[in-house]
Design a protein around this ligand. Structure first.
Ligand SMILES: [Zn+2]
Ligand SMILES: [Zn+2]
Length: 456
C-alpha cells in the first residue's frame, strides 16, 4: 500500500491559529501509537521520576523503557496527566483513538510549557531519532507514532514544532498506509515552508501574503519559465535572497511584481515549483548576512561591477567575464538611432555632441553630453535609465554602448540588456546548457559569496 496523506495541520504555536490544513482534520482518527509516550514521559516528569535516559528513550521511541515506566507510574497517575493534555489513555495503546485537534493541543502544551526532559527528548528525536529527516533545513522537535494494528492497516502520526529551541510553528501529520517516520518527512517539509513569514507582494489592488517558497516559484515562473533547470535554480536562490533582504523596505509591502523588484506570477508551473523546492530555504550570504542578489537579462560578454552604479552596495559585486555564455540572447546586440530632440526630452538638454568613458567590462562609466549651454555629465546607467524611460526599455537596452553622431542624429550600438550587475540570466542559461550546476553558476557571478540556509 502506498502512503497517502490523511490529515495535515500547521499552526502557530503561541496563538494556536491554523496556518494550513488538509484532509478531514476533525473526523479522521487513528491509534496514537508512540505519541502516547509523550503523555507517559510528562507524567513521569511531573512525578519526579525522570532518569537521564528518558530523552534518548523518547528520541528512539524505546518500547521496553516506556512499558516499564508505565507500570512504575501506574495507570491513574498517567490518566490524570492525559486528561489535562487532552489525550486518550489506557494501558492497551492499540485500543486508543486520537484525532488531529487533540494532538495539536498536545503539541502546544508541550511546546509552551512541557517538562524540560520531554522537550529535550523531542529535540533529540529530530536530531538523530525516529523524527530525523535527512537534509532537513530546520531543527525540528517532535515525536512519531505508528499504529500497526491490522484493522485499519498501517497508520502513522507525526507531531512536532520548529525551531526546536524556540517553538514557533507546530505541525500534526496523519498518514494512511505509512509509518510515523514518513509522516515526519511530510511534517518537516511543512514546517520549513511555514517557518519563514510570507512575502507581502504589492498587487494592483491589494497586498498578497505569499509563503516564501511559493513566492520564489512565482518569480522563477515570471522571469525564467523556459530556462534550463539549473539556471532556474540559480534564479530561485537569488529571488529568495532578494525577498528576504528587501523585507519591509517597500512601504507596507515587501516587494512589488514589477522590474523595480522582481516579476512575479501567480500559479507557477511544475518546473518553477521544482526549482524552488530543490533549493528550498537556500540564500546567498556574505559574512552571515544576506548578500545583494541582483540579476538582469544579458551582459553581452562581461558584467558590470556594482561600484559605479550603486556605490553603497555591500558587499560590492565585481564585474565578471561572461565569455560566450550569453551569446544566444536576443539582446546580445542592439542599435538605436535617436534624434537630438528625443534625447532632449530624456536629458533636459539638446545634445550637440556625446562622448563616453568606458569602465570595467565595457560598460559606460560616464557620458559627456555637449549642448549649447555647456556640458552635462551623467553616469552610464543613469543615462541608460533616462533615455530608456523615454524611448522604451526594448529600444535602448543597456549602458554598454558606443555612440556616433551624424547631423542631428545619434547612433548608439550596444550589447546586452539591463543594469549589468550580478547574474546574467542568458549567461546562466548558457552555463547550465554547458553542464554547470546552479552552485557553479552562482559562484561564477557572485565570487566569494556562500549559499547557506535562511534562518527563520
Ligand atoms: Zn518594487
Ligand atoms: Zn552574459
Amino acid at each position: 500500500m502506498i502512503a497517502s496523506l490523511a490529515v495535515l495541520v500547521v499552526f502557530d504555536v503561541a496563538s494556536g491559529a491554523t496556518l494550513h490544513r488538509e484532509g478531514p482534520v476533525e473526523s479522521y482518527e487513528a491509534a496514537p501509537g508512540s505519541t502516547i509516550k509523550l503523555v507517559i514521559a510528562t507524567a513521569a516528569a511531573e512525578a519526579g521520576r525522570v532518569d537521564s535516559s528518558l530523552p534518548r528513550a523518547l528520541a528512539t521511541s524505546d518500547n521496553r523503557y516506556f512499558k516499564r515506566l508505565e507500570s512504575a507510574l501506574g495507570e491513574p497517575a498517567i490518566q490524570r496527566v492525559a486528561r489535562r493534555l487532552g489525550m486518550p489513555y489506557g494501558t492497551d495503546w492499540t485500543r486508543l483513538r486520537v484525532r488531529a485537534p487533540a494532538l495539536v493541543e498536545l503539541v502546544r502544551q508541550l511546546a509552551l510549557a512541557g517538562p524540560a526532559p520531554v522537550r529535550e527528548g523531542m529535540r533529540e528525536c529530530g536530531e538523530y531519532g525516529t523524527c530525523h529527516v535527512d537534509a532537513a533545513r530546520v531543527e525540528v522537535a517532535g515525536k512519531t507514532g505508528t499504529d500497526l494494528t491490522p484493522r485499519e492497516g498501517l497508520q502513522g502520526w507525526f507531531v512536532g514544532w520548529a525551531p526546536a529551541e524556540r517553538p514557533r510553528v507546530g505541525v500534526v501529520v496523519g498518514l494512511r498506509g505509512g509509518r510515523g517516520a514518513s509522516a515526519a518527512r511530510t511534517g518537516t517539509t511543512a514546517l520549513e515552508r511555514f517557518l519563514l513569514p510570507g512575502v507581502r507582494v504589492q498587487l494592483a489592488d491589494r497586498i498578497a501574503v505569499v509563503p516564501v517558497e511559493d513566492y520564489v516559484a512565482g518569480v522563477v515562473e515570471a522571469e525564467a519559465r523556459d530556462a534550463p533547470g539549473e539556471a532556474q535554480k540559480a534564479l530561485a536562490v537569488l529571488a529568495r535572497t532578494f525577498a528576504l533582504r528587501e523585507r519591509g523596505r517597500h512601504g507596507t509591502a515587501d516587494v512589488c511584481p514589477r522590474t523595480h523588484c522582481q516579476a512575479f506570477r501567480d500559479r507557477p508551473g511544475a518546473a518553477a515549483q521544482l526549482a524552488a523546492r530543490e533549493t528550498r530555504l537556500e540564500v546567498l550570504t556574505h559574512a552571515d548576512t544576506l548578500s545583494p542578489a541582483h540579476y538582469f537579462s544579458t551582459c553581452g560578454g562581461h558584467t558590470a561591477g556594482s561600484e559605479a552604479i550603486w556605490p553603497e552596495l555591500r558587499p560590492a559585486l565585481p564585474d565578471v567575464d561572461d565569455g560566450e555564455f550569453c551569446r544566444a540572447s536576443p539582446h546580445l546586440r542592439w542599435q538605436a538611432v535617436l534624434e537630438d530632440r528625443q534625447l532632449e526630452q530624456a536629458l533636459g538638454v539638446r545634445p550637440t555632441g556625446i562622448t563616453v568613458e568606458t569602465g570595467p567590462g565595457g560598460w559606460v562609466a560616464r557620458v559627456h553630453v555637449q549642448h549649447a549651454g555647456g556640458e552635462r555629465i551623467l553616469g552610464g546607467e543613469e543615462f541608460h535609465l533616462l533615455v530608456a524611460r523615454k524611448v522604451g526599455w526594448s529600444a535602448f537596452k543597456s549602458a554598454r554602448f558606443t555612440v556616433a553622431a551624424a547631423g542631428t542624429r545619434f547612433l548608439f550600438r550596444g550589447t546586452g540588456m539591463g543594469h549589468g550587475v550580478g547574474l546574467c540570466q542568458w549567461g546562466a542559461r548558457g552555463r547550465a546548457e554547458a553542464g554547470a550546476s546552479y552552485r557553479d553558476i552562482l559562484a561564477a557571478y557572485f565570487p566569494g559569496l556562500s549559499i547557506t540556509h535562511a534562518r527563520p
